[in-house]
Design a protein around this ligand. Structure first.
Ligand SMILES: [Zn+2]
Length: 269
């Protein structure tokens, strides 16, 4: 399945049309889903958990007004649609996978907030949130620090390493937030967001750390961050699929899927 094609279908669509596209795709593929309607939006949920433990994978489908939303976050939606296709013919033995397409992440994490308020977090072992995976080949995991622990996050790191992919935990460098925070604030510890970045992004990150340690001003730090290729088109009218790569999308999809396979063989879950 070519994931860039899915991103191209979502590109430039308004939130309502993106929602419609996700629902129509699930419908066509015969995948059962629920739509959670809350006062200001709608989440799409595919919960393959039943009575079992659940590992959640989440993405937001909404866009910032004025941005075509290819990398942020058409890429994650494409990866998850692909994953749902794989889940049609594969069942994990020890847990179910819940797949979330959250609304209004860009407007204060409202969709994921509404989800945890209505359904809680009890059934979850952990949640992997995906943001912007259309560029680069290295995984930024955030907000995690050296002390963060959890079977899902650690299995992700081990899986990526075994497949030859570099991962790095980012704590305070990222001022942005995402839907993993709603789960974290509700008390689930094993949660993180992942983003694909390039070598150049990593270089900028190191410069940022050095400047931060030297007590640089907020403005200086913001100027350094601005130089990261990741943020070049972020929330801008230029967030287009022409800047993205199929290989990055396949990498994200493969490592998340292999993480789930590895987790299923882990008796700690
Ligand atoms: Zn986003």
């Amino acid at each position: 399945m070519k994931l860039l094609n899915i991103v191209q279908k979502l590109e430039g669509l308004a939130n309502q049309q993106r929602l419609q596209h996700i629902i129509e795709t699930l419908h066509q593929w015969g995948i059962a889903y629920t739509v959670q309607q809350y006062p200001t939006g709608k989440n799409v949920i595919v919960n393959g958990g039943g009575s079992k433990k659940v590992v959640g994978i989440s993405s937001h489908f909404d866009v910032v007004h004025g941005s075509p939303g290819a990398n942020d976050n058409g890429t994650a939606v494409a990866v998850f649609l692909h994953m749902l296709h794989l889940l049609k013919t594969h069942q994990f033995k020890n847990f179910g996978v819940a797949v979330f397409f959250f609304d209004e992440e860009e407007y204060g994490l409202k969709g994921s907030q509404a989800y945890v308020e209505q359904y809680g977090i009890e059934q979850f072992t952990g949640v992997i949130n995906i943001e912007m995976v259309g560029h680069g080949d290295k995984f930024a995991l955030w907000q995690l620090n050296e002390y963060s622990k959890g079977v899902v996050m650690e299995t992700f790191e081990a899986t990526a390493a075994s497949l030859g992919f570099y991962t790095k935990r980012f704590d305070k460098i990222v001022t942005n937030t995402s839907d993993q925070m709603s789960f974290l604030n509700a008390g689930l510890a094993d949660v993180f967001s992942l983003t694909l970045i390039s070598d150049k992004d990593l270089e900028v990150a190191y410069k940022f750390y050095v400047a931060q340690a030297a007590g640089a001003s907020i403005q200086t730090l913001a100027d350094i961050m601005d130089k990261a290729p990741l943020f070049k088109h972020y929330h801008k009218p230029t967030d287009l699929s022409i800047h993205l790569s199929e290989e990055s999308l396949q990498t994200a999809s493969r490592v998340v899927w292999e993480t789930l396979v590895r987790l299923d063989g882990n008796c700690a879950i």
